[in-house]
Design a protein around this ligand. Structure first.
Ligand SMILES: [Fe+2]
Ligand SMILES: [Fe+2]
Length: 179
């Protein structure tokens, strides 16, 4: 079945949204790379790759449907991050917003009786051996929340101890990405 105008509009917006997510995480990667925190940098590089996979996944679906789409550059955002706390908040907020947007697509597809798109959202794997777009999103939202909690747990008022803790997390993230 052809996509309804409403579903097509939301999927179009999602393409740009996923691309923008990639841009955010690439900027976070750059921030940590500059500080020589290579575990953190690798972790956010991996998140960026994931977002790019989502972007390609939606494009492939629209190509498959012979549906028109365009990729828009979203308004300029300042990516000068203050500190790790701010970055982790941005990470979690980005994932929450993305979940909300994907659920809205699922909701609209149901309203429009487009069970094909609902099925695609819940069962079509983003990559081989991976998860569906929504299952992956639920997992990413949890990872963002978990990392935020893990890091905040060890941060206090002492700058020097905070830096030690950030380096400890750096080691853990390096192992998680490469292990
Ligand atoms: Fe995504
Ligand atoms: Fe994500």
């Amino acid at each position: 079945m052809l996509l309804t105008e409403a579903v097509l509009k939301l999927l179009n917006e999602q393409i740009s949204h996923e691309f923008n997510n990639q841009t955010i995480y690439r900027n976070v990667q750059a921030y940590f790379s500059n500080l020589n925190l290579n575990g953190w940098a690798a972790y956010f590089g991996q998140q960026a790759e994931g977002e790019y996979d989502h972007y390609k996944h939606i494009i492939a679906y629209l190509d498959d449907k012979n549906a028109p789409y365009e990729i828009n550059v979203l308004p300029y955002e300042n990516y000068k991050f203050g500190d790790v706390k701010e970055i982790l908040k941005k990470y979690y907020d980005t994932e929450i917003l993305t979940t909300t947007k994907l659920y809205a697509i699922a909701e609209q597809s149901k309203v429009d009786n487009d069970h094909g798109t609902v099925d695609w959202l819940y069962t079509s794997l983003v990559s081989e051996g991976g998860l569906s777009l929504i299952a992956e999103q639920i997992e990413e939202e949890r990872s963002a929340l978990d990392l935020q909690a893990e890091v905040l747990d060890g941060l206090g008022d002492n700058e020097q101890l905070n830096m030690q803790w950030i380096r400890e997390i750096d080691k853990r993230l390096f192992e998680r990405v490469n292990g």
